[in-house]
Write a new protein. Structure first.
Length: 280
């Protein structure tokens, strides 16, 4: 009988393996017996099968990285991303445009029964409020065209982070419908605030007290490992009938919001009225 939990002899690629969720994911996959190939702007501390340095803002380099790794794969893990301390065009350009392009380059190489998973954010949970706009953006299937659209819609894009993660959720669900016809699954996770090196960037902009509201009701940030394990599950054979899912990994935050027990708008307004700001 096949061990549906096993990654032994599976070949996988990870975008964003230097730190945080991607590093935790890569480390656990190596432990589980996978052949792990990673890309990032900085060298991963994990003992990978191969590492390729890649700046996802360089679209032509994405094709080169995929060709360099080469071969067929069983799973794609998309853990790379930029915080909103970067310009909005770079944030959306990396978090969505480049991740989508990287993934599409791998799709012809994914074996039957393979899977894709992408890290989004629970800050994107209200994506349906601007679904039409997101679908308009996603319909632009060339990187240059998508980047031009961003430049023309900066008021809609804002700081870029929430918009990019919302686009990932919509794209994941839309792409799932046709990919499953080829035996390929695609899912996404919506993490709550997580104790990774990137968190200091979020706190510098949003403020720790306000950011902590998105960690309710657990009262703490998750660990990188707690976010990595669901990613690994979704790309395993154990999740073989799960595709198009956007899985909250936020320890009851989404449940509280969806049932009205947590009113984020009111909590944020109250925090700001009390003088909470990014420096606190």
């Amino acid at each position: 009988m096949t061990d549906v939990w096993s990654y032994k002899d599976k070949r996988v690629v990870i975008a964003g393996c230097f730190s945080g969720m991607g590093e935790a994911c890569a480390r656990e996959l190596v432990r589980l017996g996978a052949e792990v190939h990673g890309v990032d702007i900085k060298k991963s501390p994990v003992d990978l099968a191969t590492f390729t340095q890649l700046d996802l803002r360089d679209i032509p380099a994405i094709e080169q990285a995929v060709a360099s790794i080469g071969g067929a794969v069983d799973a794609v893990f998309n853990c790379a991303g930029l915080p909103q301390t970067f310009p909005a065009t770079d944030v959306v350009g990396v978090n969505f445009v480049a991740i989508r392009y990287w993934t599409e380059q791998w799709i012809p190489r994914i074996r039957d029964g393979g899977a894709i998973v992408t890290v989004a954010s629970n800050s994107a949970m209200n994506y349906q409020a601007r679904l039409a706009l997101l679908k308009e953006f996603i319909a632009i299937d060339t990187p240059d065209g998508a980047l031009a659209w961003i430049a023309d819609h900066l008021a809609d894009v804002g700081d870029g982070y929430g918009f990019s993660k919302e686009a990932l959720l919509v794209w994941t669900q839309m792409r799932s419908v046709d990919l499953i016809q080829r035996g390929i699954r695609i899912n996404a996770t919506l993490p709550s605030p997580t104790a990774t090196p990137m968190m200091k960037d979020f706190e510098s902009l949003t403020g720790k007290r306000i950011l902590d509201l998105f960690a309710l009701p657990s009262g703490r940030q998750s660990t990188a490992e707690e976010q990595a394990w669901p990613l690994i599950f979704l790309n395993s054979a154990a999740a073989g009938f799960i595709s198009g899912a956007c899985l909250p990994v936020d320890c009851a935050f989404t449940g509280g919001v969806n049932t009205g027990l947590i009113d984020v708008g009111k909590l944020v307004a109250a925090a700001r009225a009390n003088g909470d700001h990014p420096s606190k």
